[in-house]
Write a protein that binds this ligand. Structure first.
Ligand SMILES: Nc1nc2c(ncn2[C@@H]2O[C@H](COP(=O)(O)OP(=O)(O)OP(=O)(O)O)[C@@H](O)[C@H]2O)c(=O)[nH]1
Ligand SMILES: [Mg+2]
Ligand SMILES: [Zn+2]
Length: 365
C-alpha cells in the first residue's frame, strides 16, 4: 500500500493512505489517542520502518521523513511497516547535534521553505540564517525569509530588521514582515503558500506553530511563551507534522487566492513533476517542525561552500584561481567585494564558519 508520511515522532511514522484527504482525516480524531496522548487523525496508519534506508551512506536519526511517499505492508499482527520510499525530489537535512556524525532529515519533497525568524525575543543569529539558506541552496529548495513579531519591536529593532531585509533581498531572497499576533502580512503569505508544500523552520520561540495555527485553524498546535530568563523558546513542538490548508470551503484561508484552473500544479512550474496523488493544484501543505538551535551543515565540500552563497558565487567568477577558497588567495574577487561592501561581513563570516567546520570535520554551535 502507498501513502504519504505526515508525522514523525521518532518511533512512529504516521502515514496518510493514498486516496485520503489529510484535512478531512485530521478533523476526525481518534479519541483513544496514540503517541504521548496526542490525538491522532482517524484515517492515519501508524507505521514502523523495516529494512535499511540509507541516504548515500549518511547515518540519519530518521531514515524516513515527513513528506516521503512510502509503500507499507501489514504483518499478521496487524502492525504496519514501511518497506520502501519513493525517490525524493529534494530534502532539507542537518547535522543532528553538536559534533554528531548523524544527520536529521527535516522534511522531503518540498516546494519551498519558510525560514521564520525574529530580531528580538528571541534573536535569530545571522550565522543560523546563513547556514540554513546555504543548505536550502545545496538541495535546491527555494527559501523565503519571514520576519515575525513585528508588533513588539523597538524602533532600533525595527531598523535592524529592515537592514536584514535589505541585505537578503539584495542577495535574492524574498523577505516578508509579519505579525501572527496582529495578522499583519498574513494575507500576502497565504498567496505565497498556495498550492505548495512548505516547510516552516526556525529557532524555538519564533512563532512557527503560532503561524501554523493562524493559517490552519484545525491544527491546534501547541505553542508556549518564551522563557523570561533566557529570552528563548521552550522547544514546545517536539516532532514534525504536516497540515493541509483548505481552499474548498474557504473557512481556513485563501479567500484572496485564485485556484488555478489550468490543471497544472503551481509547484510544477519551478520543479519536477509532483505526485498528483497527494499534491494537486488545490492542495496547500505546511510542515511544522521543532525549533532548531544551531544548524549544522553536512556534505559540503570545501571548494563548493561558496556555491551556496549566491552573492559569493557571483563574485567568484572573477577570482584568479578556479579553486579559490576566498580566504587568502591573491586576485580573489570575493575578498575585493568584501572590501567594497558588496558582500556583507556577516555573510562572509557565516561562509567562513561553514568552511571551518568542513576543515575540522565537525560542527560546533
Ligand atoms: N508578540 C508576538 N508574539 C508572538 C507572535 N507570534 C508568536 N508569538 C508568541 O511567541 C511564543 C512562541 O511561539 P510558538 O509558536 O510556540 O513558537 P515556535 O516557533 O513554534 O517554537 P518551538 O515549537 O519551540 O520551536 C508564543 O508565546 C507566541 O504567542 C507575534 O507575531 N507577536
Ligand atoms: Mg512550535
Ligand atoms: Zn576568491
Amino acid at each position: 500500500m502507498k501513502g504519504l508520511v505526515v508525522r514523525n515522532t521518532g518511533f512512529w511514522y504516521m502515514v496518510l493512505p493514498e486516496g485520503k484527504n489529510l484535512r478531512e482525516e485530521s478533523l476526525r480524531f481518534n479519541e483513544a489517542g496514540f503517541d504521548d496522548g496526542h490525538p491522532v487523525a482517524d484515517g492515519l496508519v501508524p507505521c514502523k520502518v523495516k529494512g535499511n534506508f540509507r541516504l548515500k551512506g549518511i547515518r540519519t536519526t530518521n531514515p524516513v521523513a515527513v513528506g516521503d511517499v512510502v509503500y507499507y505492508e501489514m504483518n499478521k499482527e496487524g502492525f504496519a511497516f514501511i518497506t520502501r520510499i519513493e525517490e525524493r525530489r529534494n530534502y532539507i537535512i542537518r547535522r543532528s547535534s553538536n559534533l554528531s556524525k548523524q544527520a536529521h532529515i527535516l522534511a522531503t519533497n518540498l516546494d519551498q521553505v519558510l525560514l521564520v525568524l525574529t530580531v528580538a525575543h528571541p534573536q535569530t543569529a545571522t550565522t543560523f540564517i546563513d547556514r540554513f539558506l546555504a543548505t536550502a541552496e545545496a538541495y535546491r529548495v527555494p527559501a523565503v525569509l519571514v520576519i515575525n513579531k513585528v508588533d513588539i519591536y523597538t524602533p532600533e529593532e525595527r531598523e535592524y530588521a529592515e537592514q536584514l531585509a535589505y541585505l537578503y533581498r539584495y542577495i535574492g531572497y524574498p523577505v516578508h514582515f509579519i505579525s501572527v499576533k496582529t495578522g499583519e502580512g498574513l494575507d500576502e503569505l497565504r498567496s505565497i503558500l498556495s498550492g505548495k508544500m512548505t516547510l516552516l523552520a526556525g529557532n524555538s520561540g519564533v512563532g512557527k506553530s503560532s503561524l501554523l495555527n493562524a493559517l490552519v485553524p484545525y491544527a491546534h498546535a501547541k505553542t508556549a511563551e518564551i522563557s523570561d530568563v533566557h529570552d528563548q523558546g521552550m522547544h514546545t513542538t517536539t516532532f514534525s507534522e504536516m497540515y493541509e490548508l483548505s481552499v474548498a470551503d474557504g473557512s481556513d484561508c485563501l479567500s484572496d487566492v485564485q485556484t488555478p484552473t489550468s490543471g497544472i500544479c503551481p509547484a510544477d512550474v519551478q520543479t519536477s513533476p509532483c505526485d498528483s496523488l497527494f499534491h494537486n493544484e488545490a492542495s496547500t501543505y505546511l510542515i511544522d517542525t521543532p525549533g532548531i538551535r544551531g544548524f549544522g551543515t553536512i556534505e559540503f565540500e570545501k571548494e563548493t561552500v561558496g556555491h551556496y552563497f549566491p552573492e559569493i558565487f557571483r563574485e567568484s567568477a572573477e577570482c584568479r584561481f578556479g579553486n579559490c577558497t576566498h580566504t587568502h588567495e591573491p586576485g580573489c574577487a570575493v575578498l575585493a567585494a568584501l572590501e567594497d561592501h558588496r558582500i556583507s561581513q556577516s555573510r562572509y563570516d557565516s561562509y567562513l564558519s561553514i568552511l571551518q567546520d568542513e576543515t575540522e570535520g565537525k560542527y560546533r554551535e
